[in-house]
Write a protein that binds this ligand. Structure first.
Ligand code: ZN
Length: 292
C-alpha cells in the first residue's frame, strides 16, 4: 500500500488520449522542446517531428473512476492521477519557499503509443516528457515496463511516481524561468542540461520527502509513510536512467561530453538531497562542477 486509501484523488487535470488521438499542434518545435522531449531518458527521438494530429479522440472516461487512494493502489492509471493530485498539492505549498507563484501544468496526459503535442508528435519510444510550449506532461505508462526490462530497474509504485515527479519538476523549472534562462544547447558533465535534469531529480525527491505529510482538501494525507523498500526502488529507478548506465548499455562505453542527464550516482544523490533537505537544497546551478 502506498496511497492512503481514503485520500481524495478525484480532482486535477489528468486525461487520457488514445492512439492516433490528436490535438492542434501549436507553437514551434524549438530546440528546447527537442531536448526536453527526450528529457527523461535522452533516448530515441525518432518519430517525433512532423505530421499533424488526427481528429481529436474522445476522452476515455475511465479515469473518472479514479477517486480514492484505494483506486490508486489498485490501478496504474489511478496511481498516475493520484501522483498528480499529490504533486499539485505539494507544489502549491512548497513554491512560496522558493519565491515561486505556483501554476498547475496545463495538462497531464496518459497516452497510448502515440500522441500529438504542442512539441510535435511523440511516441512511446520518447519516454515520459514535459512539453514547455503547452505546459503539459505526457506519459505512456508502458514506459514502466521498459524501465524494468530495458533499463533493469526494480520498479514499484514510488519508482513510477518518481518519474511523474521528475517531469513535474521540469514544469516548475519552466514557470520559474529556469528552462529559458539556462538553455544553451550544451551537453557534458557540468552542462546546464545536466544541471536542469539533476534539479528535476532533486525536486522529485523533495516531493517524495514531503509526500506522506501532504494532504488532500479533506485533510487526509495522500500517501502513507514511504517504506525503506519503496525508497530503495525510487533510488534504483533514478540510477537506472543515469547517462553512464544508459551509455554503457547502449553504446558499450561512457562518453561524458555527451552527458545530458547526469550519472547514476548524481541522479541518486540529488534525489536524496531533495528527499532529506527539501526543495531549498536543489541548487544545482549554484554548486561548482565537482560538487554537482
Ligand atoms: Zn528530465
Amino acid at each position: 500500500m502506498t496511497f492512503n486509501p481514503k485520500a481524495d484523488i478525484g480532482g486535477g487535470k489528468t486525461s487520457r488520449r488514445g492512439r492516433n488521438a490528436g490535438i492542434a499542434v501549436g507553437g514551434g518545435l524549438g530546440v528546447l522542446a527537442i531536448v526536453l522531449l527526450g528529457s527523461f531518458l535522452g533516448v530515441d527521438l525518432s518519430g517525433l517531428i512532423g505530421g499533424g494530429g488526427g481528429a481529436p479522440a474522445a476522452e476515455d472516461s475511465s479515469l473518472e473512476e479514479c477517486r480514492t487512494g484505494q483506486d490508486a493502489n489498485e490501478r496504474i492509471d489511478c496511481r498516475m492521477k493520484g501522483a498528480a493530485a499529490s504533486l499539485d498539492a505539494y507544489w502549491a505549498e512548497a513554491s512560496p519557499s522558493i519565491g515561486l507563484d505556483y501554476v498547475q501544468p496545463q495538462g497531464f496526459v496518459l497516452f497510448d503509443q502515440a500522441v500529438s503535442t504542442g512539441c510535435g508528435n511523440a511516441s512511446s519510444a520518447t519516454g515520459p516528457f514535459y512539453c514547455p510550449p503547452d505546459q503539459t506532461i505526457y506519459i505512456d505508462t508502458s514506459f514502466y515496463d521498459q524501465l524494468e526490462q530495458r533499463f533493469g530497474a526494480e520498479g514499484g509504485p514510488l519508482a513510477e511516481m518518481y518519474v511523474v515527479a521528475h517531469e513535474w519538476g521540469h514544469h516548475i523549472q519552466n514557470i520559474a524561468g529556469v528552462l529559458d534562462s539556462t538553455r544553451d544547447g550544451e551537453t557534458g558533465p557540468t552542462s546546464n542540461a545536466v544541471r536542469v535534469e539533476l534539479q528535476a531529480d532533486c525536486f522529485a525527491g523533495a516531493w517524495a520527502g514531503a509526500a506522506a505529510t501532504t494532504e488532500d482538501p479533506n485533510g487526509n494525507t495522500f500517501l502513507q509513510p514511504i517504506t525503506p523498500d519503496e525508497y530503495r526502488q525510487a533510488i534504483d529507478a533514478a540510477a537506472a536512467v543515469g547517462d553512464d548506465r544508459i551509455q554503457e548499455a547502449t553504446q558499450g562505453q561512457v562518453t561524458p561530453h555527451t552527458f545530458s542527464h547526469g550519472t547514476s550516482e548524481q541522479r541518486v544523490r540529488w534525489f536524496a538531497a531533495g528527499y532529506d533537505e527539501g526543495v531549498g537544497s536543489c541548487n544545482t546551478f549554484q554548486v561548482s562542477g565537482d560538487q554537482l
